[in-house]
Design a protein around this ligand. Structure first.
Ligand code: NAD
Length: 299
């Protein structure tokens, strides 16, 4: 079977790599608008870098994508719709709006093909180690056919319902995680300013009630001020924007999500657009020291 992967960024690069030589996959064709990424990927992996989306999609039974946002998905969609063959399945791992996912599924169905919205959680480490969580929406039969291939880079693949359900699940994931990371930044900052041995504090908390994936995997980065990796502030702001738009349509209030979105805007204005979004820590350090300095002045 020939498959195609579109978008070789922080996530797609590794996901495409897991498909090479996977059960039933004979050829992997990759495409990214940044040309050298395809060439670099093909040097490291047994696959073919092609010059256009048309060449990537041609003859592929399954097309995978991992793109930044709605805008890029729409650009790819307009080309794919002209080239895709009947019964081909397009599995999109980008985080996008549920609306665009539903529209894309309808348009793919109109040309006899299938679209599965399948955003992921687990970060670049999960993509690298093939242990992502995937939340999928779309036609159940098409999902069942694609699921074994998705398993090449995921340890958990869940079918969530009709088109858009994958994206709505991912939005729920983001609502649940944003406050955790901000709380962790506040806790680490507090412990530092209290003069504690913060690594010891984290070790003490890891088995307690405040533990989290963020605490386990991000505390050392936040304490070491190492943000040059992972899931960018820009992309997290995009996800929060999608969540708030959906929440506004549903007339529900998400105060913490909204506030952390504003904090991430501060991180961007501090030059952190490309930093991993745990750089909320940097904002916490900056704003909390501004606060303590002004407090000292008033006294
Ligand atoms: P990224 O910006 O590193 O990668 C996106 C890639 O898509 C880039 O290489 C870009 O050149 C390529 N691209 C853009 N337009 C294209 C087009 N028209 N045709 C072909 N390629 C195109 O982003 P990422 O961090 O890999 O994230 C990808 C998606 O996964 C995003 O939607 C993000 O929200 C989601 N996600 C990322 C993480 C993470 O930790 N990075 C975690 C979970 C989900």
């Amino acid at each position: 079977m020939r498959v195609a992967f579109v978008g070789l960024g922080r996530m797609g690069w590794h996901m495409a790599g897991h498909l090479v030589g996977y059960d039933g996959v004979d050829e992997v064709a990759v495409y990214d608008t940044v040309r050298h990424l395809g060439q670099d990927w093909a040097t490291e992996n047994q696959g073919e870098a092609v010059e256009s989306l048309k060449l990537a999609v041609s003859g592929a039974s399954c097309v995978f994508s991992s793109l930044p946002a709605d805008r890029e998905l729409l650009a790819v969609r307009s080309e794919i719709l002209e080239e895709i063959e009947v019964d081909t399945i397009w599995v999109d791992h980008s985080t996008t709006s549920a609306r665009v996912a539903r529209e894309t599924a309808e348009q793919m169905s109109a040309v006899g093909a299938h679209f599965i919205d399948a955003p992921v959680s687990g970060g670049v480490d999960g993509a690298r180690s093939g242990s992502l969580s995937v939340m999928a929406g779309g036609d159940p039969d098409a999902f069942s056919r694609a699921e074994p291939l998705i398993g090449s880079y995921a340890s958990r693949v869940k079918y969530m319902g009709s088109s858009g359900a994958g994206q709505l699940t991912k939005m729920t994931n983001q609502i649940c995680v944003v406050g955790l990371c901000q709380a962790l930044a506040e806790g680490l900052d507090f412990a530092t300013r209290a003069g504690l041995d913060v690594e010891n504090v984290v070790e003490a908390m890891l088995q307690g009630s405040s533990t989290s994936w963020q605490m386990e995997n991000r505390s050392d980065k936040m304490l070491g001020r190492d943000y040059d990796f992972g899931f960018s502030t820009t992309l997290m702001r995009k996800d929060i924007g999608l969540v708030l738009e959906e929440a506004s349509d549903m007339n529900i209030s998400l105060p913490v999500t909204s506030l952390v979105g504003q904090f991430l805007a501060d991180v961007s204005s501090m030059g952190g657009s490309d930093w991993d979004w745990c750089s909320l820590m940097e904002r916490q350090r900056r704003f909390s020291s501004d606060y303590s300095e002004s407090h000292e002045l008033q006294q």
